[in-house]
Design a protein around this ligand. Structure first.
Ligand code: IPM
Ligand code: MG
Length: 361
C-alpha cells in the first residue's frame, strides 16, 4: 500500500519524537511491504519563524493532499518565548486550532490506559489502580468555547472579556455517533459528560446523545456531570470505557486521565473527520525545557502513528505490531527518564526509537 503522510514536526521536542515515529513507520513499511512518502509541513512556532504566521494556506493545502498527518507538538515557553509577544491569533496554538478547523477534525480520540509494566508510576493508591483502567476520551474538537465568538472591550474604564459556548445539534450528533461506534468495538459503555445542571449547551448535548443512543441498543449510556467526572477519574477510573464530551471539558479531563496513567509520555491521540483522514499527535505538549537534550519519550508519538495505521489506513496487523513492540520493549525493562523506575535501563529518545523499530520484524 502507498501511504502519503504529511509530517508536522513542530516545536520543542516535536522534531525528535517525529523522527523516531518515522523510523518505526519506515520499519513497518519495510516488513509489511508498504511504501511511504512524507511531506513536511511547518506549523506553530516553526512556521512563525519562517512565515510570520503559525499556519499558511499552503500548509493546509499540503495537509489536505495527504492521506493522514503525523504531528509532534507545537508551542514554546509562554513566559520567555518571543512567539507569546505576538497577538493571540498569531501564536503557535492558533495554528493548531486553525488546522483542526480547516480539516474538519471534529472527533478527538485520546486513549488513557494503565500499562501493567508502568503500574508503579500511577499516582493513585494501589487499591484503586489495581483494578486497572483502559478508557477512550472522545472529545469534540471543532466547536464550543474554542471556536465561539470572543472579544475583549473596555467600558467606562472596566475591562470586559467575552467567550461564547455554542453547539448545534449536528455538531453534537456527529461526535456522539463516533463515540457510540467506538464503544461498539470496546466494552460498549458510553459516559456522556456535561454540565446539564447549568448550561443550555449541555442540556442540548444530553438530548442529542440520547437520540443517538437509541440507534445503539447494545451500548449502555450514562450521563455524568463534569465536576463529578473529574472526581470519578481519580476515585474509580476502572468504571469508564468511552467518555464522550465537548471541547473544553475534554481538554481538561484528558489531561487528568493521562496523569492518572502516570505516563503522559505514553499517550497517543487521533483527530478525525468523517472520512478516513486524520491528524495524529501525542497528547503531551512540546516540553521546551527538555528540547534537544535527546531524553524525550517518543512512545506517545509512535503509538499515535499506530492509531494512524489503524484508523486512516485500516492496517490493523501493522498497528498491532507497533503496540506489541511498545509492550515488549517495556517488558524488557527499557525506559525513558519520564517513566524510569528502579531496576530498569534508562535510554534516550533515539535509543527508544531504535529498540521499537528492532522489535518489528
Ligand atoms: C490539547 C492542547 C490544545 C488544546 C492547546 C495547545 C490549544 O491543550 O490538544 O489538548 O487546548 O486543545
Ligand atoms: Mg490540552
Amino acid at each position: 500500500m502507498r501511504l502519503n503522510i504529511a509530517c508536522i514536526e513542530g516545536d520543542g521536542i516535536g522534531p525528535e519524537i517525529v523522527t523516531e515515529a518515522r523510523k518505526v513507520l519506515d520499519k513497518v513499511a519495510y516488513v509489511y511491504g508498504h511504501e511511504i512518502t512524507y511531506t513536511n509541513i511547518l506549523m506553530g512556532g516553526a512556521s512563525i519563524d519562517v512565515h510570520g504566521v503559525p499556519l499558511t494556506e499552503d500548509a493546509v493545502t499540503a495537509a489536505k493532499a495527504a492521506d493522514a498527518v503525523l504531528m509532534g507538538s507545537i508551542g514554546g515557553d509562554t513566559t520567555t518565548s518571543p512567539w507569546y509577544k505576538l497577538p493571540p491569533n498569531l501564536r503557535p496554538e492558533a495554528g493548531l486550532l486553525a488546522i483542526r478547523k480547516a480539516l474538519n477534525l471534529f472527533a478527538n480520540l485520546r486513549p488513557a490506559v494503565l500499562y501493567d509494566e508502568l503500574a508503579d508510576a500511577c499516582p493513585l493508591k494501589k487499591e484503586i489502580s489495581s483494578a486497572g483502567f483502559d478508557m477512550m476520551i472522545m472529545r469534540e474538537l471543532t466547536g464550543g468555547l474554542y471556536f465561539g465568538e470572543r472579544h475583549t472591550t473596555e467600558e467606562n474604564g472596566i475591562r470586559k472579556a467575552v467567550d461564547t459556548l455554542t453547539y448545534d445539534e449536528n455538531e453534537i450528533r456527529r461526535i456522539a455517533i463516533k463515540g457510540f461506534e467506538i464503544a461498539m468495538k470496546r466494552k460498549k459503555k458510553v459516559t456522556s459528560v456535561d454540565k446539564a445542571n447549568v448550561l443550555d449547551s449541555s442540556r442540548l448535548w444530553r438530548k442529542v446523545v440520547e437520540e443517538v443512543a437509541a440507534d445503539y441498543p447494545e451500548v449502555t449510556l450514562e450521563h455524568m456531570l463534569v465536576d463529578n467526572c473529574a472526581m470519578q477519574l481519580v476515585k474509580n477510573p476502572a468504571q469508564f470505557d468511552v467518555i464522550l464530551t465537548e471541547n473544553m471539558f475534554g481538554d481538561i479531563l484528558s489531561d487528568e486521565a493521562s496523569m492518572v496513567t502516570g505516563s503522559i509520555g505514553m499517550l497517543a491521540s487521533a483527530s478525525l473527520n468523517d472520512t478516513k483522514f486524520g491528524l495524529y499527535e501525542p497528547s503531551h505538549g512540546s516540553a521546551p525545557d527538555i528540547a534537544g537534550k535527546g531524553i524525550a519519550n517518543p512512545i506517545a508519538t509512535i503509538l499515535s502513528a499506530a492509531m494512524m495505521l489503524r484508523f486512516s489506513f485500516d492496517l490493523d496487523k501493522e498497528a498491532d505490531a507497533v503496540e506489541c513492540a511498545v509492550k515488549n520493549v517495556l517488558k524488557k525493562g527499557y525506559r525513558t527518564i519520564d517513566i524510569m523506575s528502579q531496576g530498569c535501563t534508562q535510554v534516550g529518545c533515539k535509543e527508544m526509537g531504535d529498540l521499537l523499530a528492532d522489535e518489528i520484524n
